[in-house]
Write a protein that binds this ligand. Sequence first.
Ligand code: PAF
Length: 282
Amino acid sequence: MQILKTKDEARRWVRHQAAMDRTSGLVPTMGALHEGHYSLVRHSLQRCDSTIATIFVNPTQFAPHEDLSRYPRPLEEDLAGLAECGADAVFVPEEGTMYAPGHSTFIEPPAVARPLEGACREGHFRGVATVVLKLMHILPTTHAFFGQKDFQQAAVISAMVRDLDMDVEVEALPTVREPDGLALSSRNRYLSSEQRSRALGLSRALRDAADAVAAGEIESAAIEQRMHRVLTEAGVDAIEYAVIADRRTLERLPRIDRPAVALIAARVGTTRLIDNQLFDAT
Ligand code: PAF
């Protein structure tokens, strides 16, 4: 696996793939990789002729009070995992490579960025959209892969790619879960075992919502109330949102009469967790 550190090296790698008429897949990450990331790499390896991951903890998507400085950075472990997975290359830029002194241009994120995470984490999607656009410029691959666990992030990136006429096929792939339902996340490593048990409230609340919908419930208020109850019983420390939204716009939906998604953001201790569940209209 090639380890690329400069923009020139990264550009040369992708130009070489294009010159050989090879399709290429981009898997952007912030490191602290887990099976969710590796499943994206494996999917890209199946879908494309070559695959490049990126590891960059993007400072512009963290608010000042968020966990940028304590965000895990197990680089050697991540590189070994990617190599084992079969990634062809990884781009690991320094902060100064991505944001040279004087950098002052940012993306205005699309409308789908406004609710939910956009409302709770001011500036977050401005930072995400900017860094993903920069990565896609440095590495103009034919495909790019994101996890559905960050459902709104994938929607923001798809809308940006569509609105800015970018020539890359974006795919969002299913969330990978532990056997007990916990969605894999780099932030799970902050959880003590007692907190981890309480964190199971998120997947449990979503499963309960899915059961209710399967049994014929379509009123969002009833489903949201159930999700709040399960989260509270599990002992999460704060519920930021537990809502039903239109899958396309992410605006709140009074009833499930079109493709919808249940989304939860909750805190366990100081760790902020998100998860979601898709529903088809009945
Ligand atoms: O999902 C992530 O890890 C990050 O938000 C991303 C897409 C790599 C941008 O920094």
